[in-house]
Ligand binder design. Sequence first.
Ligand code: NAP
Length: 344
Amino acid sequence: MSKPTVFISGANGFIAQHIIKQLLDSKTYKVVGSVRSAAKAEKLESDFGNHPDLSLVTVEDLSKLDAFDSVFKEHGASFDYIFHTASPVVFTITDFQNEMITPAVNGTKNIFEATVKYAPNVKKFVQTSSSAALRNPEASTDPSVNVTEKSWNTLGLEESTKDYIKAYFYSKGTAEKISWELHEKLGAKFELTVINPVYVFGPQAFDSSVSNHLNFSCEVINSIVHSKFNTPLSNSVKGNFIDVRDVARAHVEALTSDKLSGQRLILSENIFSSELIANIINEKFPQLNGKIAKPSPISNEEISKHLANIDNHVTKGLLSFEFRDLTTIVVDTVSQILNVEAKK
Ligand code: NAP
């Protein structure tokens, strides 16, 4: 029997590469991924050692309302599962409507409609949303707020075009709502599962992706590895974390687990702060002592005074595995960065 085929948008993304790795390692699936250019396809194919079960197609711009149509018209009949991970996660932009909101919203609308129209054999559509869809930015730091799998942000379009954080939160909430609404309105025959991760940390799927500046969430740890002693952390943040390998595993589990159909899964292990990460790095990598930000006493109780409570016990009860802890994530991430830098 031939292997079922999974289509994944944004195949060269940080999270998507881990999903593809797990799919191919399982030897159970074939993967068709979309990237924005031939050069990106070439790099990804080479990272995966020209794997015979991986093929790549080009979808240049999510903003175009027919972005996925030609790919789905040509290959849709062979797709059994869809992962929609592609969405802008860049905060160096100025046109929040056109560079963040429109691609997130149009991309989701189009891939969902293309799946209904041209991919009759799809059994499950898994969308990568975000904890940003679950509450407004200001609520993220309010300890009286309780966030669950039923929570939504309440941002409107107008306020969200003026601020990059609001634009991201709005883009994720609106794109997710579109999938739930279209699922019902179009009477889709496939099941829908949505994944809502918090800050996603962890090693890159391939050493070749380790560079001086990493993607938004990974830069939190990378910037501490490259911080200066006795200098305040330039990128000091607090929030909830999850390991990218656990995010990928939840996506893969969602393909075949009936329990996960129709669910929103909040992927969050615990809370972190930049200071906590700096403490772990100082403890586990003595060669960096005296070179990077020095340890500072901070407890989880202190951090939680500045964060909304994320209650994801429902999600944890649905998944078959436990999430990695912060020390494991930091050690694996920093080890990869130091190994790559030592080879330069
Ligand atoms: P990433 O590495 O930046 O990957 C994003 C992917 O989307 C890339 O393949 C990117 O292509 C593609 N993309 C972005 N804008 C596009 C556009 N206008 N047209 C076509 N493709 C576009 O980010 P990631 O961290 O893996 O995030 C993947 C998903 O997880 C996103 O939906 C994000 O919102 C969600 N998420 C991430 C985190 C996190 O902490 N990282 C947390 C919660 C949710 P290029 O590489 O060509 O730009």
